[in-house]
Design a protein around this ligand. Structure first.
Ligand code: NAP
Length: 285
């Protein structure tokens, strides 16, 4: 049976390589992207390099809940099952706190609620694939930056003490907490959800963001991993038979990390984050 896969933020960097590799395996791959010009170029490149023509684009800006709903609806109109969802789109925002059209701090909205919402809206299709094949995968690209998050459930959107890098660290910790809770909630359904750190990867990430962290990131580019190396763990979690049966883990270099910070593994924090995410998005699952 043909595998259907979605990769978000697939027009560049780690997401583009992930999508290309999935296409190379013969999957039908949907690129969920904001920038259509970059998405079209990525689609052509992926088709050319993978030899697989089954590559499609759905446009979405994850800063807009309306657009996330529309993108999920567009997918569900065409397909009733989804084998692989790679939540990858992410940003490092500037040190000027920004709020989306939904009234939510930009980093938290895109990096965390984007993952939460899209996954929830697509869950019926993920469940269907899992029931048919016994193996559906959800991959969430997080970061080691989560270790530096000044995490507090009553300051997730950094109304107090905002900086771009702090908001980024919080959002990446949310990715890990969310994935662990998702694994608990989908236990026994043949849905395998895992998060990962891709390494420090030479992508366009933080390319135009002002601030010391983005500056440091750009300065260290010659020493960073290639995009291909950076995508390895995403592809492993999306495809490897070794991962069938493993859910709720946080991986780096294709290995599950055993020692996480306590916040990342606290089920009560995870339950509360889930409830907050539900009420901020109106997506309940
Ligand atoms: N590079 C690293 O060293 C590193 C380390 C740890 C974790 N990560 C994580 O890896 C993931 C991929 O990043 P990357 O390094 O490959 O950087 P990248 O090349 O900048 O890719 C980020 C992707 O996310 C998309 N995106 C950002 N905001 C979006 C929005 N509002 N709506 C839709 N798409 C949006 C971007 O689309 P546009 O082209 O439209 O901006 C782009 O396709 C991110 O989640 C990042 O946090 C990266």
């Amino acid at each position: 049976m043909e595998r259907i896969s979605i990769v978000t933020g697939a027009n560049s960097g780690i997401g583009k390589v992930t999508a290309r590799q999935l296409a190379g395996r013969g999957d039908r791959v949907i690129l969920m992207c904001r920038n259509m010009a970059k998405a079209q170029a990525a689609k052509q490149e992926i088709i050319q390099r993978s030899g697989n023509e089954k590559v499609e684009i759905i446009q979405v800006d994850f800063a807009s809940q309306r657009q996330i709903r529309a993108a999920a609806a567009q997918f569900l109109q065409q397909y009733d099952r989804l084998d692989v969802l790679v939540n990858n789109a992410g940003l490092l925002a500037s040190d000027k706190r920004q709020v989306t059209e939904d009234g939510i701090e930009l980093t938290f909205a895109v990096n965390h609620l984007g993952y939460f919402m899209l996954t929830g809206l697509l869950m019926p299709a993920i469940e269907k694939a899992a029931a048919q094949t016994g193996d559906a995968r959800i991959v969430c690209v997080a970061s080691e930056a989560h270790r530096y998050a000044p995490f507090s459930l009553d300051n997730l959107q950094m109304e107090r003490g905002y900086s771009g890098i702090k908001a980024y660290c919080i959002s990446k910790l949310c990715n890990i907490i969310f994935t662990a809770e998702l694994a608990r909630r989908t236990r026994g359904k043949n849905i395998f959800a895992n998060s990962l750190h891709p390494g420090a990867v030479n992508t366009g990430f933080a390319g135009n963001t002002p601030g010391w962290f983005a500056w440091l990131f750009r300065l260290s580019k010659p020493f960073l991993l290639s995009e291909e190396e950076g995508a390895e763990t995403s592809i492993y979690l999306a495809t490897s038979p070794e991962v069938r049966g493993i859910s709720g883990g946080y991986f780096y270099k294709k290995r599950m990390r055993r020692h996480l910070i306590p916040t990342a593994t606290d089920p009560e924090i995870a339950r509360r984050l889930w409830e907050i995410s539900q009420s901020l998005t109106g997506v309940y699952y």
